[in-house]
Design a protein around this ligand. Structure first.
Ligand code: AMP
Length: 279
């Protein structure tokens, strides 16, 4: 499963990503976390990103794209991943499309946690106060000034991604103002209903698969009807068998035998056998 969680700062992306990790056993790829780790480790990327992040602005696309490209190629991301905080700009989204295309990977869904932007500032301020009360470390960009800039950056650079993914038909919207549990349930519901990835086909339900084998040819000179559009190996074998049976029925009809019921129809075949014994 490969997902993107989209939403402004404070929408609850990180919280929901953690929940999804526990539930589906896939990895959370948070560009914010990766960048903070790079800053803490003092790597060249970290040194470039440090001040930009502290101001609440976006780190240049090329840096973030390189980090993600390297990360999704790692073994633990093979099973699936949740991108949290990436992409954040249209060029990042386009770069992601190219990256996934090269790896023949597809996204399952882009989930937007839609929130009332007017309440974001107070929501994040409350979260910061709660973290302080628990004695947790506060992020350098969790202060009113940087927060305002992060929200502005979201509006200007990230919000256009809603239209980008909507056009592609991958966007799903969840009410991010609901409780953590309710948002989680809504996401789980989307996961259950998610369509098969483009390019992959789900196996037909058992009863439909059986129906393919039960296809009956028309006899007595009438053309056998095509009922299965898919040319699967099994379908082709069934059609070849049916055509052969129809041919033999026609041959017998030409030779003067009474037309029998359709080959393959169990009851009909028994009856024709009986009639043959009688004659
Ligand atoms: P986050 O933890 O997702 O709120 O990200 C914290 C900060 O990291 C952001 O305000 C940006 O400065 C930087 N950042 C995280 N992800 C990206 C990204 N995809 N593109 C650019 N900057 C990012």
């Amino acid at each position: 499963m490969r997902l993107i969680l989209l939403g402004p700062p404070g929408a609850g992306k990180g919280t929901q990503a953690e929940r999804l990790v526990a539930r589906y056993g896939i990895v959370q790829l948070s560009t914010g976390d990766m960048l903070r780790a790079a800053v803490a480790a003092g790597t060249p990327v970290g040194r470039k990103a440090k001040d930009v992040m502290a101001r609440g602005e976006l780190v240049p696309d090329d840096i973030v794209i390189a980090i993600v490209a390297e990360r999704i190629g790692q073994p633990d991301a093979k099973k699936g991943f949740i991108l949290d905080g990436f992409p954040r700009t249209v060029p990042q989204a386009e770069a992601l499309d190219r990256m996934l295309g090269r790896k023949r990977m597809k996204l399952d869904a882009v989930i937007e946690l839609r929130v009332d932007e007017g309440l974001l500032l107070s929501r994040v301020e409350r979260r910061v106060a709660e973290m302080k009360a628990r004695g947790q470390t506060i992020r350098a960009d969790d202060n009113p000034d940087a927060l305002r800039r992060r929200i502005d950056a979201y509006r200007a650079q990230t919000a256009p991604l809603v239209g980008y993914y909507d056009k592609k038909g991958t966007l799903q919207v969840v009410d991010g103002m609901a409780s953590i549990e309710e948002v989680g349930k809504a996401i789980d519901g989307l996961m259950r209903r998610r369509p098969a990835r483009a390019g992959t086909r789900r196996r037909a339900p058992a009863r439909n698969r059986a129906a393919v084998g039960r296809k009956r040819p028309t006899v007595n000179g009438r053309k056998a009807k095509k009922t299965t559009p898919k040319r699967s190996a099994r379908g082709m074998a069934t059609r070849a068998k049916a055509a052969k049976a129809a041919k033999s029925v026609r041959a017998r009809a030409r030779a003067g035998a009474r037309p029998t019921a359709r080959p393959g129809a169990g009851a009909g075949r028994k009856k024709s056998k009986r009639s043959r014994t009688r004659s």
